[in-house]
Design a protein around this ligand. Sequence first.
Ligand SMILES: O=P(O)(O)OC[C@H]1O[C@H](OP(=O)(O)OP(=O)(O)O)[C@H](O)[C@@H]1O
Ligand code: HPA
Ligand SMILES: [Mg+2]
Length: 165
Amino acid sequence: MVQEKAFPVSWEQFHRDARALTWRLAGAGPFEAIVCITRGGLVPAAVVSRELEIRLIETVCVASYHDYKTQGTTEVLKPISEQVRHLGGAGGKGVLIVDDLVDTGKTAAIVREMLPDAHFATVYAKPKGRPLVDTFVTEVSQDTWIYFPWDLGLSFQPPISGAPS
Ligand SMILES: O=P(O)(O)OC[C@H]1O[C@H](OP(=O)(O)OP(=O)(O)O)[C@H](O)[C@@H]1O
Ligand code: HPA
Ligand SMILES: [Mg+2]
């Protein structure tokens, strides 16, 4: 899909939104562990784990967008450890899965299958992936590209009215 709109997020805004996610999750627990979907889930998982005082953190390593904005085959580079898979029964009850966003929902569908009873949380959601998420903070349209602070740098911005003369 052509991404027509841009949604740039600063570190401060991301921190605020990740905290807002934690407020929404407060009544959904208790959670014994967090499974963070790398790499995008690492930053919100750090904030959520701090706020909910969860110290058992596991990763599931999934790569889907190999080129900028272009989705390729979704690869699971590292699965969820047996220790965490067996918490609270085989389905993952009491486990919180965290990612930065859900877009098409492909990544979320793969990880959900690993732990069907876990609670799935993202900071941002696009309409296609939204049904796969239990808790999120902000929805953006499908044709919006979210620019995360760890992918950005300071650069010249042309005036909104057009290119500079
Ligand atoms: O809903 P989807 O269409 O599957 O897209 C969402 C996923 O895409 C991004 O990860 P990416 O594969 O770019 O890897 P990264 O987290 O290492 O940046 C993002 O962090 C989500 O995990
Ligand atoms: O909108 C997005 N922004 C950053 N990474 C992404 N991966 C899938 N969709 C997005
Ligand atoms: Mg990711």
